[in-house]
Design a protein around this ligand. Sequence first.
Ligand code: WQD
Length: 355
Amino acid sequence: MQQNKNNNTPKTQNSIRTVLVTGGAGYIGSHTVLELLNANYNVIVVDNLSNSSKESINRVEQITDKKITFYNENVANQNALDNIFASHPQIDNVIHFAGYKAVGESVAKPFMYYQNNIGTTLSLIASMKKHNVKNIVFSSSATVYGLPTACPLTEDMSTSALNPYGNTKKIIEEIFIDEATADSTFNVALLRYFNPVGAHHSGLIGEDPRGIPNNLMPFVTKVAVGKLERLNVFGNDYDTPDGTAIRDYIHVVDLALGHLSALEKLYSGNCGVVTYNIGTGKGSSVMDVINAFIKATGVDVPYIFAPRRAGDAPVCYASVQKAKKELNYTAARTLQQMCLDHYIWQKNNPNGYEE
Ligand code: WQD
């Protein structure tokens, strides 16, 4: 058994890596679990299904023909976590997705967001310390950059919060940084996602927002399949080439693969805290998305121009040089592929995972 540089011999004797994934039934979580299984990881998922469906787990097992050990538990329940870690001593890494993620809801219900997102994280860290698990990948967000003043955004730029959701991500990053500073054997990869869209090419798993979608792509696909009448384009008077706001959309499968690249970094030995933007490095406007969607699917998307949405940034896209250099990671899928895959999922599942 080859030892890591820091003599941090992986816990598993048969060199099969075992990862605990919190929130692994969710949109990004389920896609990441699928890629972990494809890469021959043992995967244990903890998810209380408060904003996801067990069906996603069933379908990932169907796609990969592999089994997932699943616990329907709240990550804030430390006793439950302790029992899981004790039952699976071979866990040597954690990916932490579990958390609420709706910006608007966080403004209306800040306490619920602080209690849940930070509470689950503190419970998880406590259990990891108790069971000597030293590596974690955290699902952070480009929202920690606040209102971008200059793009592309680089990881050394200052962080700020525009809303309680973004503030929970910023605070959790700081908790991990302080913990890793105090404990040099604790290793953390903070992944700042830009705009995840798309779905696995099978069309069996995908984004399943509750109610009317807040985000652009699920709204577009619901219009395309006739579940919604038309898209409101929030603002066409921005200082951008076509007047609509620009974002860095990344295919959710590319995002999932970014987690595997981050795991390799953690398994390579003591890296302390490492922070990476996970995006494409390319900005696309709302109109770019609409046009790419129509070109990719052949389906029209009726839309009207509506007033700007409060809090929206005109432009937000990533510098991806650090992940490319340090993780040898680059997102590969095009905007048209993102549109087509998201549409196929929505067409196959007009009501998401519900029966
Ligand atoms: C993208 C663009 C809208 C809907 C949010 C969170 C962020 C992250 C990703 C969690 C914007 C426009 C949207 C619509 C529109 N989530 N739009 N009509 O706001 O960039 O980021 O989701 O980590 O934290 O803030 O994504 O998809 O909501 O909007 O015109 O019906 O599409 O104005 O320019 P956003 P989005």
